[in-house]
Design a protein around this ligand. Structure first.
Ligand SMILES: [Zn+2]
Length: 61
């Protein structure tokens, strides 16, 4: 698993994307790159949902 420190990264045009860099250096195959992209999209959706739920909880305190 390649760790990407770019927040909200779509592994597309983001500068400093570790996944994109690995693809360009040949470390990562195009097949796996597409997998990373789909995983990233799912994570972003889950993160947004969690963030919203946490916000709702915080308001009650
Ligand atoms: Zn990335």
């Amino acid at each position: 698993m390649i760790l990407d420190y770019v927040s909200d990264c779509k592994h597309d045009t983001e500068p400093g994307c570790a996944v994109k860099a690995a693809l360009e250096s040949g470390e990562l195959s195009l097949e796996r790159y597409n997998l990373y992209k789909s995983l990233s999209n799912e994570n972003t959706k889950n993160y947004a949902r969690k963030k919203y739920q946490n916000g709702q909880r915080l308001q009650r305190r």
